[in-house]
Design a protein around this ligand. Sequence first.
Ligand SMILES: [Zn+2]
Length: 192
Amino acid sequence: MRRAYWSADFAEAHVVEAMLRAHGVQAWVFDALLVRQDWFKTLMFGGYRVMVPDEDAARTADLVGEYRAGALAIADDVVECPTCPRCAAPGQDDPMPRRVVFALLIASDVLFTIGYMLSTGVTGMMVAMVLVGSVIAAPIMAVLFTHYLRGRYVCPQCATRWRASRPSFAAMAREVDAATSADVAAKGEAAP
Ligand SMILES: [Zn+2]
């Protein structure tokens, strides 16, 4: 076995592993469960290593080269993204609302910690803060997360931001199942 690819990103290592397997190379991400135990020690553990058999090394090097050069990227018009309501260009995932939500989350944690440090012992104020934090704020946060993190799009052409719901995973799975069984049935009829 030899190392074909290295990544500090758990997901990316598995993307490369899957890409190589799709091209017939028996690739493996080594030590993934060990490395991911401690994010701060990712580099110390040597990162996520994608390993391949020696005999596939040359072919793997070509595939990894294509991956790095972006030659294997899926064309924009193949990726299913809702079209812009203003100019009908294909939309892109909008990362901004997510960033705002996480910034607020970090800020609320910092404020809570400062409040905790300022209060001495278990005071009525402390109990009230915990109650408000866990009983009232948590469900509100859950709703805010769903609202701000899902189905947010931005137009790369006119910078319009909008919200659109995607079909549920179950609905898409049913669609694929129906298409597959129709395909299998058609092939069965065609065969002698
Ligand atoms: Zn647009």
